[in-house]
Design a protein around this ligand. Structure first.
Ligand code: FAD
Length: 480
């Protein structure tokens, strides 16, 4: 660690600045196997980088723990000095919650191991893993768990907020497949939580985000998937939106759970797989993942085949790990992102025509409007089965704006996303996905995300983090 002054000013829990002496920081560093970094140290820029370029905050200190013991030492230290702590998994939270402004950030990137127990169908996953780390390791055995569809997203943040992906229709929320965690709680203890041990803590972790401690290991249940599946992108001109959207509705209403199709209205990228005359043109795209018997794929996709003549068609048999990464390039790190999303219980014609109308007049050329099909296994569990709730959700719908950092029309773009959201909200379930919340969203939106589970979460928070040490997140205040 490069020391530059004798006293380091670090943000305290209540926003005050706390002075830490060189001796205090050396004392912490001497307890760690991983490094303690300050601005300018090698590795600093990568350690504080987050996906959304709109996040302008930076911490005063970063620790890159090598073990649960390191994490416990940091939690004890920040608790003793009442410092603000952020935890970075993959850094993809749109609100930038990984970064504690002028505080301490635990960057978990050195804890990135995955161990697959093939016979037990379990994977032990380090908290710094990206989705691709887990998919690659489990697919080597023809197994997978429920994770999202952009491979650089962090497993930790995604899972702790609930988590969904193409396999959700078959196996539920990501947390429905979580078997156990190892976690450092606010008292600095390393605990195990599962359905049988620290069961209430485990319940809260299944959706309650980073409110209950720092998870140092996840254990996921695995399922037989692939390794070859059928999938890819297929797209039609936006001029045909009305019939494409109807076909999407027909397809998803009749789809077996092995089929997940996500609809994206966007302008075609200038990619080699898009004919040049379609570059920049509005299209209706579908992102397809079919993990069932490959012999049946033609029947399953009949409503799409009936549309005929796509302008892009990348549908084919391919490895599941490719399906899990082919959208990576569409939302690169560092652009400014602003989105609004809702959970939806049913795909009505009115919602579809609203989507079509909204997309036709977005001023932001890179804006996208998406509908994700999620209904299936998640609907079969009780609302109180894990804090995640939202057991009535069958689709998610969202509007995404993105632009370069110095875009002059940024405020108009944001306004158009907000206006679209006001229209879409009327189709929502009243719940929402906590992992999609913006920095601007107030505490009411977090309460809505948990619905009936919210008060129980607040009681769990009071039991495990009564002083609200873990508050740099979508915060759940302890019950008083
Ligand atoms: C391009 C893109 C695609 C996405 N696709 C999907 C998708 O398909 N499915 C889906 O469900 N979500 C998806 N998301 C949303 C995603 O779940 C959230 O952005 C999530 O917060 C990302 O987790 P992370 O670890 O990368 O984030 P980070 O910003 O690193 O962390 C977010 C928060 O998680 C908590 N956290 C992280 N690590 C730990 C830990 N070890 N212990 C305790 N708390 C921790 C902290 O509170 C932290 O503030 C997507 C997001 C993006 C940007």
């Amino acid at each position: 660690m490069a020391m530059r002054s004798d006293v380091e000013k670090v943000a305290g829990l209540d926003g005050d600045l706390v002075g830490l002496t060189r001796e205090q920081l050396d004392g912490l560093a001497s307890r760690l196997d991983g490094p303690l970094l300050r601005a300018g140290d090698p590795g600093w820029a990568e350690a504080v980088l987050v996906w959304n370029g709109m996040v302008a905050r930076s911490p005063a200190l970063v620790v890159q723990p090598a073990s649960a013991r390191d994490v416990a030492a940091v939690v004890e230290f920040v608790a003793a000095h009442r410092l603000r702590l952020g935890v970075k998994g993959g850094g993809h939270n749109i609100g930038g919650t990984a970064i504690a402004a002028q505080g301490v950030t635990l960057d978990m990137s050195r804890m990135r191991d995955v161990t697959v127990h093939r016979d037990a169908r379990l994977a032990h996953v380090g908290p710094g893993c990206r989705l691709a780390d887990v998919d690659r390791a489990t697919q080597a055995h023809g197994l997978a768990t429920v994770l999202g569809f952009v491979s650089e997203v962090g497993v930790a943040g995604l899972t702790l907020g609930g988590g969904f992906g193409y396999l959700t229709r078959r196996f539920g929320w990501a947390v429905d497949n979580l078997e156990e965690v190892e976690i450092v709680t606010a008292d600095g203890r390393i605990r195990t939580a599962s359905r049988t041990e620290n069961a209430e803590l485990f319940w809260a972790l299944r959706g309650g985000g980073g409110n209950f401690g720092v998870v140092t290991r996840f254990t996921f249940r695995l399922h037989e998937v692939g390794p070859t599946v059928y999938g890819g992108l297929v797209a039609w001109p936006f001029e045909r939106a009305a019939e494409v959207l109807q076909a999407y509705k027909t397809l998803t209403l009749g789809a077996p759970r092995e089929l997940a199709v996500w609809l994206i209205l966007l302008r075609a990228p200038a990619a080699p797989f898009v004919p040049p005359e379609w570059h920049g043109q509005r299209i209706c795209a579908m992102s397809v993942c079919y993990t069932g018997d490959l012999a049946g794929v033609d029947d399953v996709l009949a409503p799409l085949r009936a549309l005929g003549a796509p302008v892009v068609n990348l549908l084919r048999e391919q490895p599941y790990v490719e399906v899990q990464s082919y959208l990576d390039a569409t939302e690169p790190k560092g652009l400014h992102y602003y989105w609004r999303t809702e959970y939806i219980a049913a795909l009505s014609d009115e919602l579809l025509s609203t989507c079509q109308e909204l997309f036709a007049r977005f001023p932001n050329p890179a804006a996208e409007l998406g509908i994700l099909h999620l209904g299936g296994a998640l609907n079969e569990r009780d609302e109180a089965d894990g804090a995640v709730g939202n057991r009535n959700v069958r689709y998610a719908c969202g509007v995404l704006g993105m632009w370069e950092p110095h875009e002059p029309d940024a405020s108009a773009f944001r306004r158009s996303v907000d206006e679209a959201w006001r229209r879409l909200r009327s189709f929502g379930t009243g719940g929402n996905y906590v992992n999609f919340q913006l920095a601007e969203d107030g505490p009411g939106r977090t309460a809505e995300a948990y619905g009936k589970n919210y008060e129980r979460l607040r009681r769990a928070k009071a039991a495990f983090d009564p002083g609200n040490l873990f508050r740099v997140n979508r915060n759940i205040p302890p019950a008083s």
